[in-house]
Design a protein around this ligand. Structure first.
Ligand SMILES: [Zn+2]
Length: 61
């Protein structure tokens, strides 16, 4: 089974140990997520400072 991890820096959700977006460390300890389908139109993406589409954790420990 694949374990999803979230980046401690940009909250991007990935299965890798290192974030493919920013190269930051990822953590297994995270809660909740948002899926950004179109970051140019998403209010949440704007507020979270997200500039790419993808899955982002709401809280990363
Ligand atoms: Zn990252």
């Amino acid at each position: 089974m694949k374990i999803e991890r979230a980046c401690k820096k940009c909250s991007y959700v990935t299965e890798d140990d290192k974030c493919p977006m920013c190269g930051g460390e990822t953590s297994k300890e995270w809660q909740g997520y948002v899926v950004i389908l179109d970051h140019t139109k998403s209010e949440i993406a704007r507020r979270m400072g997200i500039h790419v589409n993808g899955k982002f954790a709401l809280r990363v420990r």
